[in-house]
Write a protein that binds this ligand. Structure first.
Ligand code: PEP
Length: 253
């Protein structure tokens, strides 16, 4: 893992209410003190964020948004401004999740604009790489992943890109209960790191944190987390339960 601090990122999607978020944070806050090596991040829908930030004050837990727009202000009804997220005290933002790409037509070009805007506002972008939108055979896999990485990061300079997090999330594994095999996940993550080395250099490639996401749960997290290029996990369903989140942090530590 090359001195990269492991992360456990929960993606709550559209599953919790504002009144539920503080109780979750209070439940995990103390147990997480046993796992100081892990960076715990909770991502929630916009209406939860003020309550989440408030509950996570003075804890090691960071709060993330699940999406945002790339403009700071203007006539973009219903969108969320990166400046507003920064002002609220948000630290991370998921960009280009497969559900955004599939249901809301997010393209690599938009992902790139959002990633650049996030970085300008001190938000760490968690760029989700979703490989199964286009039909492919096995030989296609690396090609598709490589293209998404290149297009999502276009124009982002080396010194800045080091803080970016990439989340590799094969669509077939998301919400299916069946994670990709650790060996195949490692193969894809290695491919992503090689792409970063090609685009930038090994200094950058070794600094960027790369997550695996797709049906991670406490029972399969260890085998995934011990892979050389897997620096953490992005977790949906399983992390809705705070006990599971604590266990995932224990495994990652
Ligand atoms: C996700 O949607 O980001 C995800 C990883 O979901 P799940 O863990 O439920 O597969």
């Amino acid at each position: 893992m090359m001195n990269r601090r492991p992360l456990v990122i929960a993606n709550w999607k559209m599953n919790k209410l504002p009144s539920e978020s503080a109780a979750y944070i209070q439940k995990i806050e103390n147990p997480l003190k046993r796992y100081p090596d892990v960076i715990p991040v909770l991502a929630g829908q916009d209406v939860l964020l003020p309550a989440m930030v408030e509950a996570a004050k003075n804890t090691a837990i960071s709060i993330g948004a699940e999406n945002m727009y790339w403009q700071d202000r203007g006539a973009f009804t219903g969108e969320t401004s990166p400046a507003a997220l920064e002002d609220l005290g948000i630290s991370y933002v998921i960009i280009g999740h497969s559900e955004r790409r599939n249901y809301f037509r997010e393209t690599d070009e938009k992902v790139n604009l959002k990633a650049q805007a996030a970085l300008q506002h001190n938000l760490i972008p968690i760029i989700a790489i979703d490989e199964a939108i286009k039909p492919r055979d096995d030989n296609d896999r690396s090609h598709w992943v490589v293209n998404e990485v290149i297009e999502s990061l276009e124009g982002i300079p080396a010194e800045v890109v080091k803080s970016v997090i990439i989340a590799y999330e094969p669509t077939a594994a998301i919400g299916s209960g069946q994670a990709m095999t650790p060996a195949l996940a490692q193969f894809s993550l290695r491919r992503i790191r090689l792409t970063l080395a090609d685009m930038y250099d090994w200094d950058v490639a070794n600094a960027v944190r790369i997550m695996y996401g797709g049906s991670v749960k406490p029972e399969n997290a260890y085998e995934l987390m011990i892979q050389d290029d897997i620096d953490g996990v992005l977790v949906g369903d399983s992390a809705l339960n705070p006990d599971n989140f604590i266990e995932l942090c224990q495994v990652a530590n």
